[in-house]
Each structure stands twice: as C-alpha cells, then as structure tokens.
Design a binder for this molecule. Structure first.
Ligand code: ATP
Length: 611
C-alpha cells in the first residue's frame, strides 16, 4: 500500500503536463469545439450573474428607491432576450459542434493507442502487472478526455463567477469574503484526501472487477457456449469464483466505508453548508440588525450570491484534486503511448533477395524469470526450401520455437541467424514479411472472405485485380468447395459481428481459410502450427499434397501432432522439454527406435485399432 501511495505521489509539473497532454490533443484535433466549449461556460456564468445577482439588486433597488415599474419591466425583457440568444448558441453547441468535436478527439486518442497496441511486444501480454495497466489505460482513454473537458468547463465557469461575484462582494461587504474563502480552503483540503481514497479504492478493485468481467464474458460469449453447456462443473466453479469476487469487492468497499463517510461529511456538510450557510447567515443578520452596517437588501443579495460564489469556489477547489486524479490515469495512457518496443532492428539491414539458410545457434529462451527457460541451447540449421516438421508432446516448446523464428520474442541467450546474420539486424517488418505464419489460435476477422485472406487494407479495384490469386490460395487450402456454396463468393461477410446475415464457418473451414493466407502471401518461408488439427483425414491428406506442391520453392516449417502428416517432410525434429532430442527423416527416426519411433508406433497402433 505504501508503494502504491508513493506511486500516486506526483509533482505539480507532472500533474500539469499530463493534463496538458489531453488539452493539447483536444485543441489540435478539434480547436473550434474547444473554443466554443469555453465560450459556453463563460457565457452561462455571465448570464447567471446578470439574473441572479445584478438582477435581484436592480429589482430590489428599484423598489427601494421607488423607480417606475416600466424600468424593471425593461430590465427583465433585456435579461429574457439575453437568455433566448444564449439558448440559440447552446443549441448550436450541443447539436452541431459538440456532437462532432468530442468523438473526433476520442477517435484520435484511440487511434494513437491502437497504433501502440500493434507495436506492443508480446511479452507485455504475459506480464499481468503491465497487462492490468494496459487494460486500464485503454478503458480510461475516453473518460480521461471527458474528465479533462469537464475540468476546463469548471475552471472557466468558476473563474467567470469568481470575477463577477468577487467584485460584487468586495464592493458590498468585504468581510463576507472571509467566510467564503474559509469554506474554500477546508473543502479543498478534505476533497483532495477523499479523491485519493477513491482512487486507491478503484485500483484495489481492479483485479476483482477484471475477474468478474471475465466470468461475465464466459457466460455470454458465443465461443464459450458449448463448453459451458457440456461442462456444468466448470460453470459451478465459475459461479463460486463469481461469489468470491463479489464478496471480495464487498469487503474492499466495506474497508473504505468509514473513511469515505467521514470525509464526505466533512467535504459535503461541515466545510460547506455549515460554515457558509449556518455561520454566515448569522453574521449577515448581525451586521444588518445589530450593527446596521449593511441594509436588508444587501443581506438578501449577498446571501443569494454567496451561493453561486460558494459553488464556483467549490468547483475550483475540486479542480486540483480532479486534475491530480486525472493525471494518474493520463500518466498510464502516456506511459503506454511512450512504450518503447523491444523487438527492434539493430542495424535495419535489408533482406537478401533469394532464400537463405536459417540457423539457431545455442538458443535458449524463457517467457519470464520465475518459470525459467522453455528452450534450452537449441542448435538447428534449416536450408532454403526444406520441409521441416516439428513434433513432440504438448508443452515441448514447438510453438515457442516458431515464435522466436517470427521474432515475436527474442532469444534470452544465443542467436538466430538468417544468411549468417543475426535476425535482429534485419528490418523487422521486412523480416516478418518474408514469413507466412498460421498459428493454432488463428482468428477469423469480421470481414469478407477475400479480406480474411489478404489481411491488408486494399481498394476494391485492386482487390478484384487480385481475385485470381485469392481464389488460387483458397483452392490450395481446400476452401474452394465451401467458397462455391457461399452466396456472395469472395465478398461474403464472415461472422455476425457486423453483418446480421454474416456466415459462421466450421472449425475445419476456418482453418482452411486461415491456411489460404499463407498460400496467398508470397512468403519465402511458410510456418504452419498444426494446420490440419481441425481437418478431416481426406482434407488433411489433400492439404499436405497441395501444400508441398504450392510451397515447392519455399521453406516450410510445420508443427503437427499427427505423424502421418509429417512423414513426408525432408527433416523431422522431435522436441522434448525445450530440446531437440531426435532429428532426421521419418525412416531414419524409425531406425533409431527411440522416442519418435515409439510415438509413431502408438499412433499407427491407433489407426490399426480403428481399422
Ligand atoms: N506466453 C507464455 N507465457 C509463459 N509461458 C508460456 C507462454 N506460452 C507458452 N508458455 C509455456 O511454454 C511451454 C511451451 O509451450 P509451447 O506452446 O511452445 O508448447 P508446444 O510444444 O507448442 O505445445 P502444444 O503441442 O501443446 O501446442 C509450456 O509449458 C507453456 O506453458
């Protein structure tokens, strides 16, 4: 907690610079909206002063000095006209300016953040602390903008009232200012403490709320629906988890209850209503009735305008805690935006024009220090156009190895070399572009069939020019049969996220579609992580045949648990506990009569049993 407290301590410079970040972004993105917003705040407060303070004084004095009634009527008509014009401006602001301006700023910040998300190293997703902050900063982005704008409005509105009412107070009864200032100082002090408590409470609740959101998602998301129905014990466990989460949230709230109530009492009553209402009215009546220092008209006007002055001071007093709290969230957004990608190119070398050898030189790798290394001292040479199969039991490190080839992570020790050069020295984008990868957990996007193959933004005209290549890729991956049955062919929208009549593909169909991406991308190296796990045996056989044909001039690395699909590979690498324990052709490995042979026997036995 102490650590959290220190983390929450920010210098004034930091607070201002964080808030300034959003203010600057807002002015740069929608300057007219921002200026209009300030104009609205100032205009509103001027009119309130005109009616509620100056107006009452005018009417009371007119009665006191027996001015003609028409003078009062004329004044009221002017006030009415001013409000009418003001409403026209407010209407324009609300219906035209604000509706365009605010979303524009929100969109700009989200765009900046999405750009960063793309550059985020995968290890950030593995680190729960970073992931927590990352989720919080994304969810806080829009709220931070709204909060900053509310603060700007409160500031300009407050200052306007302060100037207008302040002058009025000083010229009518200057000691009155002390009451208002006393209330201001105390409210400022306690409100700051209250805001810190509220922030701490939110941070503490964050992990529990994340759990609750996860459970909520599991119960409504399509992708969990089958599992939940088929595994009632799992839903029971989730119910229990849900109960515990709710209990924990209740306990957190409870632990803050006394402190919060006490502070709210101080902020909302003692420092405000009690001082400025109870004590101040007694003072005014004393000044008028006993000391005859001010008239009863002044008592009424001062009393009335003390309300608006008190409110503006209260709002101003809340600005500092508000910008401090806002700064804590903006700080997370800025940290996230300033995240320095670790997977970068050291020398930015261009890729060679022709396929070259890929080599692992004493490569070790671990996702984190606690779990230790997953890959241990791997040495491996893959020659151009070789077909390499990676096999091994679950958790052996096969996917991890291909993530290193893709440069999604860098080795903890050793080097991966392409053409004898450390892959870190190549331009990252160009290097990754050389490889077409389909992971086990590929995703089908809510987009058309062709967009799902291209995976790039492309004008419709260019897309139709590429139609032949797209169809080719889909034929190679065995999706052509399904494509022919789709009413709108390549333009068919997939998933029902955006289109009500979007098509949901089966697991095998999705896998074929995803595999087409690798065929479409003119990649020099194709990496397939279990490309046939969801396919039926005939589709699997066809995919293997076509893959070998289509990728004759490419290096192919594929992971498969079905050894029947890997037997034609030029080389099979068997991994166990992060090490290559056997290596050779299918026949050579059978000869060895070791782990691969045992695995093959076990699988072949199954086929025989089935037959
Ligand atoms: N992001 C991650 N953070 C921490 N550990 C991870 C991460 N991804 C994988 N691991 C761990 O690394 C080990 C190797 O995982 P990997 O996915 O490489 O195995 P695999 O051989 O591909 O397994 P499978 O055949 O089940 O797909 C496993 O113990 C896994 O729990």
């Amino acid at each position: 907690m102490e650590e959290q407290k220190n983390k929450n301590k920010q210098s004034l410079k930091k607070i201002l610079s964080n808030n300034w970040f959003i203010i600057k972004l807002s002015f740069q993105t929608a300057p007219f909206f921002m200026i209009y917003m300030i104009f609205e705040a100032v205009k509103q407060r001027c009119l309130v002063f005109l009616e509620h303070t100056y107006g009452i004084k005018f009417v009371l004095e007119a009665a006191e000095y027996q001015k003609p009634f028409i003078v009062v009527v004329r004044f009221l008509l002017i006030v009415f006209a001013a409000w009418a014009i003001s409403f026209i401006f407010s209407g324009i602001y609300q219906n035209r300016v604000s509706q365009k301006g605010l979303p524009k700023i929100q969109k700009r910040l989200k765009e900046l953040m999405y750009e960063r998300v793309k550059a985020l190293d995968l290890e950030c997703y593995d680190d729960p602390t970073y992931y927590n902050e990352f989720v919080l900063s994304l969810s806080e982005a829009e709220k931070s903008i709204t909060r900053t704008h509310q603060i700007i409005e409160a500031f300009f509105g407050g200052v306007t009232t302060l100037i207008t009412s302040g002058i009025f107070f000083l010229t009518t009864d200057s000691p009155s200012v002390l009451f208002v200032l006393g209330s201001f100082g105390l409210t400022f002090f306690f409100a700051q403490i209250l805001n810190k408590v509220n922030y701490k409470n939110r941070i503490e609740k964050n992990p529990e709320e994340r759990k609750r959101t996860y459970i909520h998602r599991v119960f409504y998301l399509n992708e969990y629906a089958k599992e939940i129905r088929l595994n009632p014990d799992m839903s029971e466990r989730l119910y229990e988890e849900f109960d515990t989460t709710n209990d924990n949230l209740y306990l957190i709230e409870k632990s803050y209850a006394k402190k919060r109530t006490g502070l709210q009492f101080l902020v909302n009553y003692v420092t405000n209503d009690f001082i400025s209402d109870v004590i101040y009215i007694t003072y005014l009546v004393y000044r008028a009735a006993i000391m005859h220092a001010i008239s009863y008209s002044s008592v009424v006007v001062l009393w009335n305008s003390s309300g608006s002055l008190k409110n503006s001071l209260r709002n101003i007093s809340r600005i500092f805690p508000q910008i401090s709290e806002n700064s804590l969230y903006i700080e997370k957004i800025r940290n996230f935006l300033n995240y320095e990608t670790k997977i970068i190119s050291t020398k930015n070398l261009p890729m060679p024009n022709v396929p070259k050898t890929l080599e692992f030189k004493n490569v070790s790798f671990g996702y984190n220090k606690e779990d230790g290394n997953i890959l241990h001292n791997v040495n491996l040479i893959i020659h151009p156009n070789q077909k390499i199969a990676l096999v091994g039991y679950n958790g052996a490190g096969k996917t991890t190895l291909i993530k290193l080839i893709m440069r999604l992570y860098d080795p903890s020790e050793g080097e991966i070399r392409y053409n004898g050069i450390n892959i870190k020295d190549y331009n990252v984008k160009e290097y990754r572009n050389m490889i077409g990868t389909i992971f086990q957990d590929f995703k089908i996007f809510a987009a058309s069939v062709s967009d799902n193959v291209i995976l790039d933004y492309m004008e419709d005209a260019l897309k139709s020019k590429r139609e032949k290549e797209i169809r080719h890729a889909l034929t190679f991956s065995g999706f052509d049969y399904k494509l022919n049955s789709l009413p709108q062919g390549l333009s068919t929208e997939l998933t029902t996220e955006f289109e009500e009549d979007g098509v949901d593909l089966s697991g095998g169909e999705s896998q074929k579609l995803a595999t087409a991406r690798a065929f479409y991308k003119d990649a020099r190296m194709v990496i397939l992580d279990e490309p046939s796990s969801a396919l039926d045996p005939i589709a699997e056989y066809q995919l293997n045949e076509t893959m070998l044909q289509a990728a004759a001039n490419k290096t192919v690395i594929f992971i498969s648990h079905r050894l029947s699909t890997t037997r034609n590979a030029d080389r099979i690498l068997m991994l166990e506990h992060g090490q290559i324990i056997e290596e050779g052709t299918h026949e050579e490995l059978l000869e060895l009569k070791n782990k691969y042979a045992a695995m093959w026997k076990a699988q072949a036995g199954k086929y025989v049993d089935i037959e």
